[in-house]
Design a protein around this ligand. Structure first.
Ligand code: ADP
Ligand code: MG
Length: 339
């Protein structure tokens, strides 16, 4: 089982990865290279990509690798294999850019996420205010030497203006950060006798070069567009953007072949699943469909195919996936049509 979220996963997002279905991200090595180089030089990275492109998986993969986890060996050999056009992702590369263990703090944002949710939550208990550190407080207060502390804020396009401004303050690197919510939390800890922090230090924390910040966002999230926010200039300024594309057609076929259980006689039908998904993605980008099938979904469909060996079930499941206004469009697709 994958070892992840060493620093303690703070929020559990029901749609997020679980260690049960965690498999390492395999894809364009340049994406990994860009992330790690930007981490080293700037410390703040924005991953941009469609749903299921593997943004969250990339972060867990790097965490697994940094901590010598269950998949470290196979990930390293994938990225060292020259057939993936890799030159630099050898041991020397990993040592230079991922040289020490990670503590990973994660939080998945929703429209309702407030600054307080991220910094610290207050609960009133028996007349006194109890402060529970949130991901940002835990991340900033992790001063373990020789460890990279990574804060992953997933689904960042749901960030409210307040959360965005907090993040922009945190994104200013290597300096003392003052967070007003933390100042209140510190004051409350002192007043309840849990801390003797000097008043002058309330709310202040040091962000070091070992504190890395990464956000993920889906620019195509049109189904819930009302609640999402485009990045503002301040964020664009402070974060290095890295686009995460869907895996290649061939890699997706390989992944799906594994999911059907390696039965070569199903290869043609696996090919049809991925072809249909590719057509659906194209139509989605052209706004002819209101949602998309990701590699996560083609993997699930392939598992169902492996189990049932009944392609009609696959087609019916695809149609059932979509809302009423899209169903005819889906029924009209043919894997034989050109993509
Ligand atoms: N390049 C890839 N390599 C390995 N698995 C992938 C890849 N792209 C997608 N997947 C699969 O799709 C699932 C969804 O990925 P996820 O990281 O949750 O995407 P995102 O965060 O971009 O929505 C993962 O569980 C993984 O199994
Ligand atoms: Mg994700």
């Amino acid at each position: 089982m994958a070892k992840k979220a060493v620093g303690g996963s703070v929020s559990v997002d029901p749609s997020a990865l679980t260690s049960r279905d965690f498999t390492p991200w395999f894809g364009d090595p340049t994406v990994i290279k860009r992330i790690l180089v930007a981490f080293k030089l700037v410390g703040n990275v924005r991953l941009i990509g469609e749903t299921g492109s593997g943004k969250t998986t990339i972060v867990y993969t790097l965490d697994d690798l940094a901590n010598g986890g269950a998949y470290a060996g196979s990930t390293k050999s994938f990225y060292a294999d020259r057939k993936h056009n890799v030159k630099a992702l050898d041991d020397a590369f990993w040592k230079k850019y991922l040289g020490q263990p990670w503590h990973l703090y994660t939080y998945s944002l929703t429209q309702d996420t407030s600054r307080w949710d991220l910094v610290a939550t207050q609960t009133l208990r028996g007349g006194t205010v109890d402060i529970t550190p949130g991901p940002i407080q835990k991340w900033l207060e992790d001063t373990t030497p020789g460890v990279t502390k990574v804060l992953l804020l997933d689904e960042y396009n749901y960030a409210s203006a307040g959360v965005t401004s907090l993040l922009n303050e945190l994104a200013d690197f290597r300096k003392t950060i003052t967070v007003s919510e933390l100042a209140i939390a510190d004051q409350s800890a002192v007043e309840s006798g849990k801390s003797d922090m000097d008043r002058a230090l309330w709310g202040k924390r040091e962000r070091t070069s070992d504190h890395l910040l990464i956000t993920t966002e889906n620019p195509y999230d049109v189904t819930s567009y009302a609640g999402t926010n485009p990045p503002n200039i301040a964020q664009q300024n402070r974060f290095i953007p890295v686009e995460v594309p869907y895996m290649s057609f061939n890699d997706e076929i390989q992944m799906c072949l594994k999911a059907v259980g390696g039965d070569a006689s199903l290869r043609g039908q696996v090919n049809d699943i991925v072809t249909l998904a590719t057509q659906i993605r194209q139509k989605y980008r052209e706004h002819q469909l209101s949602m998309v099938l990701s590699p996560r979904n083609t993997q699930q469909l392939s598992r169902i195919l492996g189990e049932t060996r009944d392609f009609q079930i696959i087609l019916d499941t695809m149609v059932d996936w979509f809302p009423a206004q899209d169903k005819n469009e889906i029924r009209g697709l043919s894997p034989k049509a050109k993509v």
